[in-house]
Structure formats: C-alpha cells, structure tokens
Design a binder for this molecule. Structure first.
Ligand code: FAD
Ligand code: NAG
Length: 438
C-alpha cells in the first residue's frame, strides 16, 4: 500500500461512488460531499423542475437531475456497470436489457451498500468553495453548506476529486430573433411529462438522445413536432412511422409572430421552442485563480481530461468525457487517479503535461474541430481507454463490451423506435458466456 491521503470527493453519482470505493480500497481517508439527500446523481429522479425553464436565472434553485419518468437507458445494462461489478436483473424490478431509470438507481444503491460507501457520504451538503490554502498544492480548503445549518463548514484536505457531473446547467442554441419571439421556451433539463404540450406545435432544437426520446413522447399529444438538426443533409423530412414528427435543417430565424424559419426553406408557427442542446460544464465552487477555466465548454487545461497540470495530482476531475461509455470511463479514470495519489504511478512533470494538452488542442485545430468538442471521445475512445489501462495495469476490456456498444449504436441509428426491445439477448448471452470460459 502506498501513502494514505485525505481526499474530498465532490458528488455521489456514478463517478463519486466508484472513486470513493477505489480510494477506500487503497486505504485513503475519504469524505464524499453530496448536496442531494440521496446518492445517484443523474439517476435520482426529481419530480420538481426549475423556476426558469431555460435555466438562465442565476438565482433559481438548481434541480440536479434531468430525468423524466419514462426514461429508459440508451445502452444495454451489461455496459452500464463496472467490470468487477455487473448490473444484474432482479425479479422485482424491470428485467429488460435497457431498463427504465429506476433500475440504474437501484444498482448504484446496491453498489454503495455492498462496499459500505454510504457511511462516507455527507448528504444535503453542498460544496460552495474549493481553494488551495497558502498556494500549497496539497492543501485544499473545502467549504460546504449543510441544509438546515446556518454556518458554513470548512475542512482541509490534501486532495480533491471533482465528480459533479455535467448534465445540469443548460446550454442553449443561439437563435436569431429569439428576444422578440413570444412563445414558450424550455430546455430538456426541465422536461418531465408530455401533457403540457397537448395540441401544441413544438420546435425542438438538437438531435441527440434526449431529443430522440422526447420528440416521440411529446408527439403523442402535441399537434406537430419539428426537430431542427445541424445536419446539412436534412431537408424537411417526415419521420417514417410517425404522423407528426418532421426533421429540418437548423433554425434560421424566429419572428415576433411566432414564425420559426428553418434553413431548409420551410417554416412553421410554433407555440414552443424546446432546447435539446445539451449542457455546460459548471464548477461555481472552484477557485483556482484562473488556472482552470471553462471556455466554450472546454474545461482546461486538463491532462487526459483529468488533471490540471499545475495542480496535479491534488486536484482532479472524473467523468468529464462525452460520447464515451461513462461507466468504463469512470472506472479507468478513477483507478488512475487513485494510483497516482498513492504514489504507485507517477505523472510526467507539469511542463510535459502542458505540452501534451497543447498537442491535443493542436490536433483538434488541425481537424477543424471547435473547442467545445474537446471532451468528445468518439471515435477515439478505445485509444484513450488503452492509454489509461496501461497506466493502471488493468486488463483490457473484454472485446464483447466494445462490440456491444458498437452494435447498439448501429441498431439505434437503423431502428430507433424498436432497437431496445428487439435486442437479441440470447445472442449476447451466448457471446458473454463463451468469453467468460477460461
Ligand atoms: C437524461 C439523461 C440520460 C442519460 N442516459 C444515460 C444512459 O442511458 N446510459 C449511460 O451510461 N449514461 C446516461 N447518461 C449519462 C449520465 O450522466 C451518466 O450515466 C452518469 O450519471 C454520470 O455520473 P456522474 O457521477 O459523472 O454525474 P452525476 O450523476 O450528475 O452526479 C453528480 C453528483 O454531484 C452532486 N453535486 C453537484 N454539485 C455539487 C456540489 N457543489 N456539492 C455537492 N454535491 C454536488 C450532484 O448532486 C450529483 O449527485 C444520461 C444522462 C442524462 C442527463
Ligand atoms: C438471436 O440470436 C440467435 C443466436 O445467434 C439466433 O439463433 C436467433 O435467430 C436470433 N434472433 C433474432 C430475432 O434475431
């Protein structure tokens, strides 16, 4: 065992729970701060929505989770778990391969129970400030606000691991004319049920997984749903198997009479603009004197999306990557952070790490990618995972996990309405069984 470090983990979602387990296993002293009353992060459904439906008002009370009651996973449960801790089916729950969200919360609670993590968590405790003490790299003050208490708590830690997720702070599309557009606007973060959209004409901006699910759910009660995508190949297209969902190429401008004009030449009078445009990285508690910033949704500089070179290894972020299988990302990143904190794995020096980050930015620039894509791993996920595995001495992920994710992507593109229910379980059970025979 290496050196024992006193570590603050912020957040008790997938990332915070796994990181806490890894830290504890290595003999570190762990405190997990969680502002919610229960663990689970995104997977802890909250029926409340925020007072500002597009999340601009800075004084609004933040509701963490964007889940809606009918939400089902978009990945098979076999890859929504950790390699040493599978996601079983239980008799009393939803046994489907792509279960409804409550099942994932159950799984996370079971994980926490089995590894006695709940004792480590300070619930109802929001971290409001994280800052270095006396410019010492391994001395951090964590200031927190516990619900019901009238003074802030302060405690000093050697290391802080930020696991606060990034699906809470809405990102909005820039829509020319929106200041004068008189209809109702909402961001997917504040969507729960379709009923409020009864009989309405809804324009949905964005074509990610949330918009796929929500457009279909809303279309059952709305008059029309028009989905605007950035894909320039799209020209007004009615979705197959749906009577009232259309695809369009980007919104060009909206007008004071509710008209929404698309770049494909079409237009509609809409009642609702529904932003399905994703989220922003947001760390209002982090004070680093400009060392770590978020610019155009790039958190940086971060060595391998985890360590700010100037503050490493005492400050780290787990779960930043997007377009990557989050459970596997979290597993490898947290093992790496823990090995580094224990002194078992050495990081390059600050200058080398900075050079690596700059090289990464340079490569993105060469490929014409905007800064906001910095943390998108696809299609380089495998390369990133291999690199992390090498650091931590983890065996490779089984081949079937990669195949399963790839197949899921193909199926969802080909047959979005049915891919989850037409998943061939017996085929995959066979593959997994064959792979587990030594
Ligand atoms: C609608 C939706 C659907 C998704 N579907 C899937 C899916 O099907 N499959 C999949 O693999 N992934 C899916 N994801 C991705 C999902 O984000 C990850 O599965 C996972 O929940 C990320 O975990 P995390 O721990 O990084 O963040 P989170 O789950 O967001 O947890 C962060 C935790 O930090 C706490 N926190 C935040 N700020 C503070 C603070 N200042 N002080 C104290 N605590 C704080 C929060 O309360 C929260 O508990 C989905 C996400 C969304 C939004
Ligand atoms: C599922 O896979 C099994 C085994 O490969 C195959 O025999 C069966 O025909 C498949 N079923 C469907 C519906 O594709």
């Amino acid at each position: 065992m290496g050196q024992a470090v006193k570590v603050a983990v912020i957040g008790a979602g997938v990332a915070g729970l796994y990181t806490a387990r890894e830290l504890q296993r290595e003999g570190h002293q762990v405190v997990v701060f969680e502002r919610n009353h229960r663990l689970g992060g995104v997977w802890l459904y909250d029926p409340r929505t925020e007072s500002d439906p597009i999340g601009i008002d800075p004084t609004r009370e933040i509701i963490h989770s964007s889940l809606y009651p009918n939400m089902r996973t978009n990945l098979p449960r076999q890859v929504m778990c950790f390699t040493d801790y599978p996601f079983p089916r239980r008799e009393t729950g939803d046994p489907r391969t792509f279960p409804v969200h409550e099942e994932v919360l159950w799984f996370l609670n079971k994980f926490a129970e089995d590894f006695e993590l709940t004792e480590l968590i300070r619930f109802n405790t929001e971290v409001v400030r994280v800052e270095r003490v006396d410019k010492k790299k391994d001395k951090w003050v964590v200031e927190s606000n516990t619900r019901g208490s009238d003074s802030l708590g302060q405690e000093v830690f050697q290391a802080v691991v930020i696991c606060v997720g990034h699906c809470t702070e809405p990102r909005l599309a820039e829509v020319p004319g929106i200041e004068k557009w008189p209809g109702y606007q909402i961001h997917s973060h504040n969507y729960r049920v379709p009923e409020p959209f009864q009989g309405q004409v809804v324009v949905m901006i964005g074509l990610g997984p949330s918009s796929f699910d929500m457009s279909r759910e809303i279309a059952k009660v709305a008059k029309e749903v028009h989905v605007a995508t950035r894909n320039p190949d799209v020209r007004v297209l009615k979705l197959e198997n749906h009577d009232n969902i259309w695809l369009h190429y980007m919104v060009e401008r909206v007008h004071g009479d509710r008209l929404v004009a698309f770049k494909d030449g079409s237009s509609v009078y809409a009642d609702v603009i529904f932003h399905c445009t994703g989220y922003k990285y947001h760390y209002p508690f982090l004070e680093t004197n400009g060392i770590v910033t978020v610019v155009d949704n790039c958190v940086g500089p971060l060595y391998k999306h985890v360590f700010p070179p100037a503050l490493a290894p005492w400050l780290s972020f787990i779960g930043i990557p997007q377009k990557a299988v989050i459970f596997q990302t979290v597993e490898l990143q947290s093992k790496w952070v823990v090995c580094v904190l224990s002194g078992k794995v050495l990081l390059p020096d600050e200058k080398e790490m900075m050079t690596d980050v700059e090289r990464y930015y340079q490569k993105m620039g060469d490929r014409g990618l905007p800064k906001r894509y910095t943390h998108h791993l696809y299609p380089n996920e495998a390369e990133y995972f291999d690199w992390l595995r090498e650091q931590t001495g983890m065996p490779p992920f089984e081949e079937w996990r990669k195949q399963m994710v790839a197949e899921c992507l193909i199926n969802s593109r080909a047959n979005y309405d049915k891919y989850r229910d037409e998943w061939n379980d017996s085929y995959w059970d066979g593959i997994i069984k064959a792979a587990s025979v030594p």
